[in-house]
Design a protein around this ligand. Structure first.
Ligand code: ADP
Ligand code: MG
Length: 584
């Protein structure tokens, strides 16, 4: 619809919800596009309902609706969404309240669609974004000083191409008022809501405190690290579960504002190795640490597994494109004299993808890198003395020779899962062993063995790491004037090009992927001249700080299915756009 016509509808006086219901009843049997007349603002006794966009036909993506409820009506105490402690920015607290309410509405909408008995027709379901185990800032419910807004979708019901007005009328007569009443403070489980918010507050506080104590990670005693299955992010239950316990000598104690004392392992900045036999829980620990950059819902089991918010899990991503990245700290003298100080390829190997992954993470400000031998290119991780002698022309300086210089020169720590290569004992500050899912400190033993069985590491270790240049991006090279879509968690379609985000292991929710697509559009629209990648990403973060996630969408377009990505995932995604042009 032309914007002007749409604008006219929104300029109309606010109409009453009774009229909405009457109109819908009168529309019964009419052709589907008649629903369009409903766009605009409708007044319910205790809130405003905005019908922002009505779908063109029953098979199109559902229509977008928004409810605005004044705080004077909903009566949520202001402490639930404002800063109670100076150390805590408003965002996590507000996000906690938003998330809690989104979860309430999500359950409500699932129950409503289950109980709906209109079979054989299309549409009729309300739906709101469904959060996972991580508590992310979302656009589904937003609290501001005067009111809060709930963004959801509704499939206007139809039989074939004709309007089922009675069915729609029923939704707006009974379901919407029930939804509103579900959102009032008086209908909430107040203890649960308070506990939810306090837990997020504690997790946020804790993340800050571990940093101040020189730690990069913390895992609470009693934490549940394994998940219910490979396909579920819910905690494992049952007799086989072994809860986490810190080795005594590595135990740290923190006092959190709400929960009080908490004990667990503190992993100091530096190089940490997680060793152990196969199937003993190494990757499970590392995965939990990777998600430790996010807050979790109470009861997740990882709610007090906390890592630096700038930690990046790096994995092999062969086949990806690389744009003008300086990978020379790891790779030089490539065959054919290819320059590695500004390295580009449309088809990276395992090792070049890892070198680029590390350099890009450092460029984006990572202060902790996580590596799991299961998903890393071995030749990027190590080369032993024999191979060193055998192959003299290998262009790769493996991570083992650089990992300490990376920490010394750039303050970036590493935690590595290595079960197969003892050479790493030479460079590790801390060596942990996972045995039968329990954690042991074996650092002294590792040191002793390193002396007894020398490796070639001291001979080849680099003294300096090298520089980390800030690249520039040409925003106009991002193709967005084509058909674009976010496809699940790990793919974004830009016309013909599929941006593969499979290696972004810390991407936690599909709504983050949708937000990344919106960010691509924003970057494309920002300027025609080249920009520093980090600069433009910081600008996007500031926009989200100020205007929430819908600051990323087009003016006047409200999308309730967005969750905030970290600057790191945004950058990693831009780095994987094949057509994007960078300058090193
Ligand atoms: P590794 O990386 O050491 O080979 P994984 O971390 O992949 O081992 O774990 C192997 C299996 O053990 C997985 O199925 C995982 O769910 C399970 N597991 C991991 N940690 C625990 C635990 N603490 N309690 C029970 N089962 C666990
Ligand atoms: Mg493993």
């Amino acid at each position: 619809m032309p914007l002007s016509r749409k604008k006219q509808r929104f300029d109309q006086a606010v109409r009453l919800n009774d009229e909405l219901v009457n109109r819908l009843e009168q529309m019964n049997g009419k052709p589907y596009p008649a629903y369009r007349d409903l766009e605009g603002c409708w007044k319910y006794p205790s809130s405003l309902l905005f019908i922002d966009h009505v779908q063109n036909d029953p098979y199109a993506p559902p229509s977008r609706l928004r409810l605005r409820i004044e705080h004077a009506t909903a009566k949520f105490p202001s402490s639930l969404y404002s800063t109670r402690h100076l150390w805590c920015s408003i965002y996590p607290i507000s996000a906690a309240a938003d998330n809690y309410l989104t979860r309430i509405v999500s359950v409500f909408s699932t129950e409503t669609s289950k109980s709906s008995n209109w079979h054989g027709t299309k549409g009729g379901d309300l739906s709101i974004d469904k959060p996972g185990q991580q508590v992310l800032e979302r656009s589904s419910i937003t609290l501001d000083q005067e009111s809060f807004n709930i963004l959801f979708t509704y499939g206007f019901p139809a039989q074939g191409g004709t309007i089922l007005g009675d069915k729609a009328a029923e939704t707006f007569r009974t379901t919407i008022p029930r939804l509103i009443s579900n959102l009032l403070y008086e209908t909430q489980n107040k203890e649960e809501l308070k506990a939810f918010i306090e837990s997020i507050e504690d997790q946020e506080y804790h993340r800050q405190k571990i940093k101040e104590s020189g730690l990069v990670a913390f895992v609470a005693n009693g934490a549940v690290l394994p998940r219910a299955s490979g396909a579920s992010d819910k905690p494992m239950k049952g007799d086989h579960l072994v809860k986490f316990h810190s080795p005594k000598d590595l135990e740290h104690v923190f006092t959190l504002p709400n929960r009080g004392e908490i004990r667990g392992i503190g992993i100091p900045a530096g190089i940490t190795l997680i060793a152990g036999g196969g199937f003993h829980g190494k990757s499970t620990l590392l995965n939990a640490l990777a998600y430790g950059c996010y807050n979790h819902v109470p009861g997740d089991g990882r709610d007090f597994v906390v890592t630096s918010s700038d930690c990046v899990a790096v994995r092999g991503d062969d086949g990806r494109s690389i744009g003008s990245v300086d990978i020379s700290p790891f790779i030089s003298n490539l065959p054919g004299g290819t320059l590695t100080t500004s390295f580009s390829t449309t088809n990276a190997s395992g090792s070049t993808s890892m070198a680029a992954g590390v350099m890009e993470a450092l460029e984006l400000g990572a202060d902790l890198l996580l590596f799991d031998e299961d998903t890393c290119a071995t030749n990027f991780l190590i080369r032993d003395r024999r191979m060193q002698r055998l192959i003299s022309s290998d262009p790769i300086t493996p991570l083992i020779f650089k990992v300490r210089a990376m920490f010394k020169d750039h303050g970036c720590s590493s935690i590595l899962v290595i079960g197969g290569c003892g050479d790493y004992c030479d460079v590790a500050d801390l060596v942990l062993e996972m045995r039968d899912y329990s954690c042991y400190n074996i650092t002294e033993n590792a040191r002793r063995i390193a002396v007894e069985i020398p490796s070639g590491v001291p001979e080849f270790e680099a003294r300096t790491f090298g520089v980390i240049p800030q690249r520039q991006l040409h925003p106009s090279s991002i193709p967005v004037n084509v058909k674009t879509s976010a496809r699940g968690l790990t793919a974004i379609q830009l016309g013909e090009e599929t941006v593969n985000l499979f290696a972004l292991v810390q991407l936690a929710h599909e709504s983050q992927t949708r937000a990344i697509l919106n960010a691509f559009r924003r970057i494309r629209a920002s300027t025609d001249s080249k920009v520093v990648l980090n600069g433009i990403l910081s600008q996007l973060q500031e926009m989200m700080d100020r205007g929430g996630l819908n600051a990323l969408t087009e003016e006047g377009h409200f999308d309730g299915f967005l969750a905030r990505p970290r600057l790191l995932e945004l950058g990693m995604a831009v780095n994987r756009i094949r057509s994007a042009v960078f300058e090193g």
